[in-house]
Design a protein around this ligand. Structure first.
Ligand code: IMP
Ligand code: MG
Length: 427
């Protein structure tokens, strides 16, 4: 397994962290390549529950090195909090966590601008996580952003913060603390002191690792349908959350990506605004939310829930070029008599199997469903695909068929041990 990408195939919250934690066993280096503290990853080991936003979830595997790539936008206060929290729970990160010195930094004015935009937007509201992600990427592409290495140089930092404040003034009240240049410089120099030991040229580090035969695991955040280029724009996040983002976000050549594993939740969820053709606004939707615990790790918002969408999945499988899939939360469907899968959309009387590019078409799309019989048996203790109830097995096979790939893993419960490792190879 020289290098593997783990990517979400829907709108995020597919359960990537659990799959990642599982595959991390055979990896040496675990790498985040995009997004920031908008992500929320929960891993449950025994009775312990860990929630991360920035630190790769692979940190719980001892001996693994976790890397935050250049494509991530880093909130220093958040990552320091996570490092401290891990330390109090007995997980040391020294020498095991590296941060790209090229990664862009989320600043107080990014959060202030985002809050103002989201509050003022009305109909155009995206429903973001308010973590400053979009404005931090704007700053990066405007070429005025603060990079991690700038936290070590006060004069560069001050000049960039002054520039950032200048761009922010039109959007916020004059007394907004985000405009306080001196406080921001002093806080962020403090963060630089804490984080300095973690900063490296991660592109060089990762390429050296690859050349030395280390196994790399790339951890996608969010999901393919939230990708800034290929997702349901403008209801997307501001980074390349499909597998397409790995190279730019890490400095690893496309020639050195060997395998892509797509993570598919057995039904669909979405947080925030935007089209969602298979959304269920009825009791079944409520049931999925309750049984699946579908509340955001980052914002606590209830997630919108609905049936599996084969139209979106096929599109995601194509973009990511998945070699294998990991199916999560299959147990949540236990007890539902009839399970539906959208296999096409009807838009203005016409049937299509292609994922529409425009939001208007997606909003108008009525799903065309295929039905499959459900199962009643609890499946949390099943350890082989062959042990699943026949109907659950058929559902798993149908998902693999939609994605045109093999099934590598099926998750049947929250815990690490509640995982079926299928014949298909993950690594
Ligand atoms: P942003 O990433 O905070 O800018 O939010 C943009 C959109 O992406 C919103 O609809 C968010 O709810 C969604 N989003 C961002 N991060 C996640 C995630 O980790 N899981 C699910 N949705 C997310
Ligand atoms: Mg999440």
């Amino acid at each position: 397994m020289p290098s593997t990408v783990i990517v979400g195939m829907q709108w995020g919250d597919e359960g990537k962290a659990k799959v990642l934690d599982f595959l991390a066993e055979d990896a040496d280096l675990i790498v985040r390549y995009q997004g920031g503290a908008n992500a929320g990853h929960t891993v449950v080991i025994g009775d312990d529950r860990f929630a991360f936003h920035l630190v790769p979830s692979g940190i719980l595997r001892t001996g693994k090195v976790c890397v935050i790539g250049n494509g991530v936008v880093l909130d220093p206060e958040e990552i320091i909090g996570e490092i401290d929290e891990l330390a109090t729970r007995g997980v040391g990160v020294k020498g095991r966590l590296l941060i790209s010195n090229r990664a862009h930094i989320v600043m107080p004015y990014h959060k202030a601008v985002e809050k103002a935009q989201e509050e003022g937007a009305g109909v155009g509201k995206i429903g973001t996580t308010l973590r400053g992600i979009g404005p931090a990427y704007v700053d990066k592409y405007r070429r005025t952003g603060v990079r991690a290495m700038d936290l070590l140089d006060e004069s560069i930092l001050r000049a960039k913060v002054a520039e950032g404040v200048k761009w922010t003034i039109p959007f916020v009240d004059g007394d907004n603390p985000a405009l306080d240049l001196e406080k921001t410089v002093s806080d962020y120099m403090g963060y630089g002191e804490r984080l300095g030991e973690f900063l490296v040229d991660s592109a060089t580090f990762l390429n050296a690792g690859y050349a030395a035969g280390k196994a790399l695991l790339f951890e996608g955040a969010q999901g393919t349908l939230l990708d800034v280029d290929f997702g349901t724009y403008p209801y997307v996040t501001s980074s390349s959350s499909s597998a397409c983002g790995v190279c730019a976000g890490t400095g690893i050549s496309p020639r050195h990506i060997d395998r892509v594993v797509g993570v598919v939740k057995a039904y669909t969820t979405r947080v925030g605004a935007g089209p969602f053709p298979t959304e269920l606004l009825d009791e079944t939707g409520e049931r999925l939310r309750d049984v699946g615990g579908e509340f955001g790790t980052t914002t606590g918002r209830p997630r919108r829930c609905g049936w599996l969408d084969a139209v979106g999945l096929k599109f995601a499988a194509m973009l990511n070029g998945v070699d294998a899939i990991a199916i999560t939360k299959l147990d949540v469907l236990t007890g539902i008599p009839v399970i539906r899968i959208a296999v096409a959309y009807r838009i203005a009387g016409k049937e299509t199997r292609e994922f529409p590019v425009g939001v208007a078409a997606l909003e108008a799309a009525e799903p065309v469903y295929e039905e499959m019989p459900g199962w009643e048996e609890e499946i949390g203790d099943r350890t082989r695909l062959e042990d699943l109830p026949d109907n659950a097995r058929r559902y798993v096979d149908r998902i693999a068929d939609i994605c045109g790939s093999e099934t590598a893993l099926v998750s049947v419960g929250r815990n690490r041990r509640e995982t079926i490792v299928a014949g298909g190879e993950c690594n």
